[in-house]
Design a protein around this ligand. Sequence first.
Ligand code: 2NL
Length: 340
Amino acid sequence: MKEKLEKIKVVALEEINSASSTKGLEEIRIRLLGKKGELTGVLKEMGVLSKEERPVMGKIANDVREAIEDKMVKQKNIIKEIEQSKEFDTEAIDITLPGIKEEFGGLHPLNMVIEELSDVFIGMGFTIEEGPELEWAKYNFDMLNVPKDHSARDLQDTFYVHNDIVLRTQTSPIQVRTMLNQQPPIKMLAPGRVYRSDEIDATHSPVFHQVEGLVIDEGITMSDLKGTLDMFAKNLFGSQTKTKFRPHQFYFTEPSAEMDVTCFMCGGKGCRVCQNTGWIEILGCGMVHPNVLLDCNIDPNKYTGFAFGMGLDRITMIKYGISDLRLMFENDIRFLKQFK
Ligand code: 2NL
């Protein structure tokens, strides 16, 4: 038995010495010291030894085990160092490689116009309000005095999600929500995305952008409307800008008008953008219809107000020389990069 143990020790130390991986070393450990291992097997045979022989053999067996374990730990450290240095070699970072350039994003031209416009109105004391794009048909049409049989309500023009729910066709429901939540004075701006069931081409899109404004207080008149919108135009397009108002018709305002500004491309001399008229139509406006105020629980005998609405896409396109509306919604990085 003593020879057996000695032999195990010699062979084991040899094997451990030539082990070259953590995995190989573990295999050797299991084969020698595991439950069914060689050394364990020898120890199990100790039962047949005499009382005197047993402790002597036990000590030898223990010494062999210790020697093996000791060698294992040493070899393990050697292997670890080799494996680590191999890892360092293969995973080395080549500091001479060129870096990866991080591209910075920029604002979409539409958002630049919305921000610029909002700043002008914030400067005049307006708040900026938001609302859901999925809207009650009631807030989108009924509360705005739009007749039940009006063509704007047609399935052809409006995306109905449900009998009572639409993708908003204008940002006016934001004003309705504000009026329902708050008594005058109200001085608010509502920019946002709106939807109409349109075919896509260079000047039409089923999704586009609007800003609407609303001012309600005691004693608000058409003069306030004209003064505010003229001031806005001069702030956005330059102090030499002139405005003119032409009569128009909307269901939610009475009287109503459209406002033109002197062409901000040619200064009014006449160019391609203004089709040689010197003027560009930019918004619709009017005095809020008493029916709208009534439906929103505001007393039309105490309060009056004005409202306006303008499309943002066309203004943005003129301002930045964008020739096709589709470019604005494709989000091609080459397009977006040009406006930084
Ligand atoms: C246009 C014209 C307009 C309004 C929008 C409005 C909203 C409420 C009450 C009264 Cl809650 N009016 N909005 C008023 C006049 C014109 O938009 O051409 N938009 C693109």
